[in-house]
Design a binder for this molecule. Sequence first.
Ligand code: ATP
Length: 235
Amino acid sequence: MSVPILEVVDLHAAYGRIEVLRGVDLRVPKGAVMALLGPNGAGKSTLVKVISGQKGATSGDIHLGGVHVQDTSPEELARLGLCTIPEGRSVFPNLSVEENLTLMSYAGVATEAVLDTAYSYFPRLHQRRHQLAGTMSGGEQQMLAMSRALASDPALLLLDELSMGLAPLIVDELYDTVAQIAESGVSILCIEQFARTALRVSDYAAVMTGGRIVATGEPAEVMDTMSDVILGGAA
Ligand code: ATP
């Protein structure tokens, strides 16, 4: 079996004295799309924060492509191929679409390559390249956030609630692009409340409740056994 792109072992994390991650075990195979599902408050966003180096763990291990990355800075994680799109996106609202994208060239990526990638995945961004990012729709902002992430040529993309605040049709469109991105060889872990949409493009699903992974497997299998938990909040 090849080395997984992400392996999390017995991970614990807390806010003050309240333990939120209570022994998380998770394995994302290289090249796979995995949906991480679960109700509000399960600890999904906290897990993303710990994996992406924004929050420390109390104990446990994280390996990225076989490299032990516990307590590694976000910059070093980016160098190792991890890219996170946090909940609520992360565009610069007072800069144009094109300025948001060309900022990536300061991170050492050629401007032309950044723009080509963004506009090939999202032609709509080309039409709106001079528009201020903050005046675009939520879906368009998410396209921009995804384009900026892709510019860093990630090995593993962490998507936290891609669908937040968006209409179902836009969410579907974004997940079609997630599938295309995966086809290009990027591994993806997507945290999502809109389970059905995420599962449509996923190879595997994991379900988290109460700070632990309580089920993993193929989407249909997980949906069969865990539908109460998965669909408890949203369809
Ligand atoms: P949601 O889908 O609602 O975002 P989630 O599964 O992502 O839920 P988390 O956001 O990780 O869950 O939250 C897990 C628990 O940790 C919740 O009980 C939440 O109230 C608590 N929590 C999250 N962030 C903080 C914080 N900064 N300080 C204290 N408690 C927090």
